[in-house]
Structures are given as C-alpha cells and as structure tokens.
Design a protein around this ligand. Structure first.
Ligand SMILES: [Zn+2]
Length: 307
C-alpha cells in the first residue's frame, strides 16, 4: 500500500497538471458515474493529502453561478493507482516529474509529441479526468467519493496529525497530539504507528524504519514512551517521509550504513530492517527479526532495539 509520501506527491502532481483548469470527468467503468457527473465541467482548484487520504477540490465551471466547493476523496488502499498522460505542457508541468502510475510503484512518464486526446480506457477505470492538455485515470481505489467541505473536514478530524502536513516548528499541537496518542495506550508502539488516528500516513516500511532509527523496541507499550522520545520519533518520521516526497521512493539509510557508495541508492541498501529478515543488522550484525503484528510483517533488530 502506498504510504503518505506517495499521496503527497500525487496531490502535488494533480495540482500541477490540472490546477485552475476546467476538466471533463467520467467513469468509463460506470461504478462512479453519478460522482463523476457531479464533477464534470468544474474547475479543478487543487489537491491536498492528509496521511493516505487524497482530497481534490472542485469549484464551479467557468460559466456557472457560485455554488459550494466539492471534494473528491480518494483512498488508494492496496490496489488503487493513478496513471497520467498528455502533451508536453502537461507532462512537463510538474516539479516532481510526471509519474504515469502512482500506487505501489511510480513510473516515469514521457510526453506524447503527437498527443490529441486520451487513449481508449483500458481496464476498470473508475474515474477519468481530462483537461485540454492531458488526462488522469484512477483504477481500483478502496474509496472514491464526492463530499462537501464540512464532510472533508470531518474526515480529517478523525485522522491523527500528518508529519508531512506542516513543519514541526509550525505545528507544536501536532507533536503534542501524536505524543498523547501514543502515551494514552498500552498497545505496542509498533502497532500505534500504523494507527491512522494516532499518526496519519505511516505505513509498514516507515513504521519499521523509524523505530529502528530511534532504537525503539516495537513491542514497548505506547504509555511507556516519554514525551521526549515521542517528539524525536515524530521529527525523524517527518525527515524520512519528507525525503520520500522529494525522491519518490523510501530511503532511510545514511550513506555510511550502505554497502555501496554509488550515488543512486540500490534497492538492497535503502532500508535498515524492512524486508531484511535474517540478514545482518547494518549496525551490529545481529540477524534482523520478523514477526506478525496485527497481520502485517514487522521487522526489527533485537539487539539495537532491545527492550
Ligand atoms: Zn542491530
């Protein structure tokens, strides 16, 4: 499942290529026909992310009288993905490159010199957005609905703070909310990091990597974590997820801890513990452990992260 950094990249991408433009919306698959009809002909104002939730704001069409904004809410879940295509101005507009598929993997797209409209839909396209310059197709999301601004606010209010939302110095409340969410629970901190009501956007990879980097035992009860430890953990998560937003991939290792010094970080060098069960810990050589925690695989170093 894409973690929060992918959804933030996606929001930037949608804002960059569609922002301020009138779009045609349709549901080639048919399952989102009514929702798409409500968006069709409106202006896509921009997109934002909170954790793994994506919100795309739509205002009135160019020649309509003012009505309240509508928001498209999308949660990709395990199988959802967006793909993009278009002309040179569309594919060149984004500061983050133009991924043609953002989901579990992100692939670079190339502008189509002879672009003259979107291709025939392939597969089950839940939603297609088309501007004068390009198109985006959404397939397989867990959630895709049109909601009002108060409904958007209610969804966000149910989520924990997003470490990618604001710089830590601007969001002391977010850090305090995260610390209090951890410290009021007896559940293991490894489980709490995956709870979107405690912290929004962290998935299985960032969970394992952040706990390793902070030398925290994943099985420690949340209530035993000090405010100071929670603050440092929050700040570290913000750093590594911020790197993920910029790079479009998750790399949590520092150069000194990699086996190769090549400038492009190799896949096998990207993580400390995630996906490395049985391999020696980069810091102490102890085999990395793996266990099931709430039906997801948890990786950690029993020595570096000793209770
Ligand atoms: Zn270790």
């Amino acid at each position: 499942m894409p973690e929060g950094h992918s959804i933030h990249r996606l929001a930037s991408q949608l804002s960059s290529v569609f922002g301020g433009q009138q779009v045609a919306a349709s549901s080639p698959q048919g399952r989102f026909a009514a929702g798409a009809a409500g968006l069709d002909g409106r202006v896509l104002v921009g997109a934002t992310a909170h954790g793994k939730q994506l919100f795309v704001e739509f205002a009135d069409g160019l020649d309509e009288s003012p009505t309240p904004a509508l928001f498209l809410r999308v949660h990709l879940g395990l199988y959802g993905a967006w793909s993009f295509g278009g002309d040179k101005s569309f594919m060149g507009a984004s500061s983050i490159g133009a991924p043609r598929k953002v989901g579990e993997r992100e692939l670079a797209g190339t502008p189509d010199a002879s672009y003259d409209g979107p291709p025939a839909p392939v597969g089950a396209v839940r939603l297609r957005l088309v501007s004068d310059y390009g198109w985006a197709d959404l397939r397989g999301p867990t959630a895709c609905e049109v909601i009002t601004e108060p409904e958007r606010d209610a969804v966000v209010a149910r989520l924990g703070p997003d470490p990618l939302g604001r710089a830590a110095r601007d969001a002391p409340d977010d850090v305090a909310r995260f610390a209090s969410g951890l410290r009021k629970s007896a559940s293991p901190v490894g489980l709490l990091l995956m709870n979107q009501a405690v912290i929004a956007g962290v998935g299985n990879i960032y969970r394992a990597e952040a706990l390793f980097r902070r030398k925290l035992d994943p099985w420690r009860p949340g209530k035993s974590v000090s405010v100071e430890e929670a603050t440092v953990l929050w700040e570290d998560i913000a750093v590594i997820m911020g790197d993920g937003v910029r790079a479009g991939r998750i790399v949590t290792t520092t150069p000194a801890d990699r086996s190769s010094s090549s400038s492009r970080v190799k896949r096998e060098d990207a993580h400390y513990v995630y996906g490395r069960a049985g391999l020696p810990c980069r810091l102490c050589g102890t085999p990395v452990a793996v266990a099931e925690m709430a039906a997801r695989k948890l990786f950690w170093c029993p020595e570096c992260q000793a209770p």
